[in-house]
Design a protein around this ligand. Structure first.
Ligand code: ADP
Length: 396
């Protein structure tokens, strides 16, 4: 009997889903995927085959439809497309698991209360991750649900890597570095172990460069440091987020410019990064194609910060044995990869221009002291594997 595993990745305006079918111990197989987008405006459901062919579509005109109605439609569609399998579990991407969760966990009322208490730590993401869990509990009470956290993979960081130099009372109440994009880093660490076991057992820096961007130092498969901290705002400049910024700037904005906390939040999360510096776009493709010098400045700042973080994360591991690029920009932009590799050439990175143009696998020369890889990430697959493992009481 095959198992159906539904993976849910919910954001502020969309609920993405992927349906996996699992047979024995083989890798779960993607059967369909899709999303409900425009949740608070004009909800639109679309289901796609793994190759991207549209399997089903539906639009609603009501902008106030409860999550339950949309989830019910999604679940009904999934149950009709199980291809003889039985829907056994749903795995959810949850941004914050706090200091406690280093592994995915089964959802119950007590866990939901704990995750609810973490909303102040990720107010822009956590509520949207929890809403579909609640809705799914209402429409399918018997279904096993598993929460998979973006913070969990980083719980292996040593205390010093998690600390801010703040008074102890604040650290004790949870003001510390958590790190994010953990499901992506965990997937990459496992892929690298298959592709290049020697490198994977050493000191690796992974650059997850998407519209959200961060980097992680991984030693022998375990996260030891990352660029994101208390929130997903720290570290690299991103599509619309600042990345690391002198806290004094925030004080200046509040005290001298009279901005409200909400205005500062919007500035830091929505109006900064590539968009803010270029004044043109948050999309790297648009900036790379632009002749505008401000677009080039935004790209330069992005690359400059990545290069500095390669050095910083290597210092945290006392060396570097491999560099990996992943996510939208990391997987698809030879130009950005080339610029980063040029900036990190002093460490012993030699780019193979032809391999870089091709885009996948090893993109460094055979003689490069530090090999460089491009590995596509798959957070949904990681969630599916975790959910299956929790379901069976095994390990991934
Ligand atoms: P998310 O963080 O939303 O999951 P992705 O990992 O899908 O994002 O990355 C999305 C970003 O990847 C886009 O904003 C775009 O800037 C960038 N991107 C995608 N394809 C390319 C490309 N060919 N060249 C440069 N950037 C790209």
């Amino acid at each position: 009997m095959r198992d159906g595993i539904l993976v849910i990745n919910a954001g502020s305006s969309s609920i993405k889903f992927s349906l996996y079918l699992s047979n024995g111990d083989e890798k779960p197989l993607l059967s369909s995927r899709g999303q409900v987008e425009g949740i608070a405006s004009a909800p639109h459901f679309v289901a796609l085959s793994p190759e991207g062919a549209v399997l089903a579509e539906r639009r609603w005109t009501d902008s106030h439809l409860p999550h339950e109605t949309l989830l019910k439609h999604l679940i009904d569609w999934v149950e009709d497309h199980l291809d003889g399998a039985t829907l056994r579990a749903a795995g959810h991407r949850v941004v914050h698991g706090g200091a406690r969760y280093a592994q995915p966990v089964v959802v119950d009322a007590a866990l939901m209360a704990e995750l609810e208490a973490l909303v102040p730590l990720a107010p822009l993401h956590q509520p949207h991750n929890l809403a579909p869990i609640r809705a799914l509990t209402a429409v399918h009470p018997g279904l096993l649900q598993v929460a998979c956290f973006d913070t969990a993979f980083h719980r292996s960081n040593p205390p010093v890597a998690q600390a801010f130099a703040l008074p102890r009372a604040l650290s004790d109440e949870g003001v510390r570095r958590y790190g994010f994009h953990g499901l992506s880093y965990e997937y990459i660490a496992r892929q690298l172990k298959r592709i290049a076991p020697a490198a994977a057992s050493g000191r690796v820096v992974v650059a997850h460069l998407g519209s959200g961007a961060s980097m992680c130092a991984i030693r022998d498969g375990r996260s030891v440091a990352s660029t994101m901290g208390f929130t997903a705002l720290d570290g690299l400049p991103m599509g619309t987020r600042t990345g690391a910024i002198d806290a004094g700037v925030i004080l200046y904005l509040l005290e001298q410019k009279g901005m409200s906390a909400k205005e500062v939040e919007t500035l830091l999360y929505k109006k900064s990064g590539l968009l803010g510096v270029s004044g043109i776009s948050n999309d790297m493709r648009v900036l790379l194609a632009s002749e505008d010098p401000h677009a080039a400045e935004a790209v330069h700042l992005f690359v400059y910060r990545i290069c500095r973080e390669v050095g910083s994360l290597a210092a945290a591991m006392q060396g570097l044995d491999a560099l990996v690029f992943t996510a939208g920009i990391g997987e698809h932009s030879p130009e950005i990869r080339a610029q980063v590799c040029r900036g990190a050439a002093w460490m012993g990175i030699e780019l193979d221009e032809a391999a870089n143009a091709q885009g996948a696998g090893v993109i460094s020369t055979l003689d490069s002291p530090i090999p460089v890889y491009v590995i596509p990430t798959d957070e949904e697959m990681m969630i599916a594997k975790h959910t299956r493992a929790v379901m069976r009481g095994t390990k991934v």
